[in-house]
Design a protein around this ligand. Structure first.
Ligand SMILES: [Zn+2]
Length: 448
């Protein structure tokens, strides 16, 4: 008998959500039918059957999601949010050409106003496609932080830096103060955290990587880096340092539970074993890896070895979407081709990556589940869409059949951010105008 059923007097709660079914992603991966969730102070108070929770709670508000499937908010483990501004600007190019000739020259000219537009555009797309939290890496992260505060999402923000001079930071150490200030600025915010974010092992020298890791330890925040993204990166690392990327990090003591590695496409079986042993977290980015022809990450091997694997979209210019539903589908499909096994990276594994796995990669493990005591970050899929009928297995539909456009409700900390086509915390009309203006600026900046 549950807590509520044992009581005769209904307990107060802020909100009672009812849905046809709920994929909880709790420890037992329970999928409940005729489900209800009681919410109080932004947290899940109880998850159970509708009759049970209706009898046990007296809510201030109700949200009736008949015909809908409730899921935990998806967690995007890797993105560069303001890069929405560069969506579709330079496509169909190899990674190094794309970065050095097209992306970096424009990025280095971006202003705070433009970054603000890009970040808000990114938040709108994430909210619309059922993502409630993300791990970011970009420049002027206080701008993205303000966008996240305003729109009601959750974010872990990392000020990116290189080992070579950039307009923002003449040296890597020049970034340290910015990171400290970012951490101080958002220290007490319930929906914002920070992470130390060197760009990659081939763009930041090992000594500076180690120094930045010491800063992450001092501040007790995650340390994230792009790693082993392609065989080209491995060749550059071997040439510069005589070591493959994973071995280079290991040599400097940078493979730890605090570490989140983005991509890990070009990794050997021995490296996967080392990653499992050291407890590093990996974020898989299948669409970006496909688009930049970086290769196929051996995800099934990592899962079998016990590595924590999350899922991310990467930036909107190498994907070109921030849609975690498409990413889950691609993760499952790529996983099977890479492993040459149709049972590899099954639907539950893909959903686990996009929820519980990514949550660990953010250093925020209580996210990605609908469970008592966890943040009330939830989304709903409208099961009335033709592509979601009939239903045999809700997890299968979420991973293989849903496109993300069936998301009809997105909630963070008990606050509804999006409901039936309406953004409640964002002005998407003015965003459209700003996005058009930003596109003109990008075209001009590219010619400079
Ligand atoms: Zn990236």
């Amino acid at each position: 008998m549950s807590d509520t059923a044992a009581m005769s007097v209904p307990r107060p709660c802020d909100l009672l959500v009812r849905a046809d079914a709920a994929v909880t992603q709790d420890r037992d991966r329970r999928v409940l039918t005729d489900a209800a969730v009681a919410v109080k102070d932004g947290l899940v108070l109880e998850v159970g059957g509708q009759a049970e929770l209706e009898a046990g709670y007296e809510p201030e508000q109700r949200l009736d999601l008949s015909g809908k499937l409730l899921l935990p908010g998806l967690v995007n483990g890797h993105t560069h949010l303001p890069m929405t501004l560069l969506r579709g600007y330079a496509d169909d190019l190899p990674l190094m050409d794309w970065l050095e000739k097209h992306i970096w020259p424009v990025e280095f000219q971006l202003t705070d106003d433009l970054l603000d537009t890009g970040a808000r555009l990114g938040c709108a797309e994430l909210i619309r496609t059922g993502c409630t939290a993300f791990l970011n890496g970009y420049f002027h992260e206080h701008v993205t932080g303000q966008a996240v505060i305003d729109c009601g999402m959750r974010g872990v923000l990392g000020e990116g830096f290189f080992g070579f001079p950039s307009p923002l930071f003449p040296t890597a150490e020049d970034c340290w103060n910015t990171i400290r200030n970012l951490e101080t600025r958002f220290e007490n915010h319930p929906r914002l955290r920070t992470a130390v974010t060197p760009h990659a092992a081939f763009t930041v020298p090992p000594e500076e990587l180690a120094a930045s890791f010491a800063l992450a330890e001092e501040l007790d925040i995650p340390w994230q880096i792009h790693l082993a993204e392609s065989p080209t990166e491995t060749a550059v690392c071997l040439d510069k340092y005589g070591k493959r990327p994973v071995a280079l990090l290991q040599e400097h003591g940078l493979l730890t539970e605090r570490t989140t590695l983005h991509h890990c496409v070009d990794v050997t079986d021995e490296e996967i074993a080392l990653m499992a042993e050291t407890g590093v977290n990996v974020v898989h980015n299948p669409a970006s890896n496909f688009k930049l022809a970086s290769g196929m990450s051996p995800v099934q091997k990592m899962l079998e070895a016990g590595v924590t694997v999350g899922l991310g979209t990467d930036g909107a210019s190498s994907n070109n979407q921030l849609n975690m539903f498409r990413e889950m589908g691609l993760a499952a499909l790529m996983g099977k081709v890479r492993a040459e096994d149709a049972s590899a990276v099954n639907a539950q594994a893909a959903l686990d990556m996009a929820t519980l796995g990514s949550a660990k990669c953010l250093g925020w493990p209580e996210l990605g589940r609908i469970e008592k005591g966890c943040p009330a970050d939830m989304i709903a899929l409208d099961l009335g869409f033709p592509n979601l009928m009939p239903v045999f297995n809700h997890v299968s539909h979420a991973v293989y059949a849903a496109t993300g456009m069936e998301v009809c409700m997105t909630m963070v900390a008990g606050e509804v951010l999006y409901l039936y086509g309406e953004f409640r915390t964002m002005d998407v009309i003015s965003l459209k105008t700003k996005a058009r203006e930003a596109a003109k600026w990008v075209c001009n900046a590219a010619e400079k």
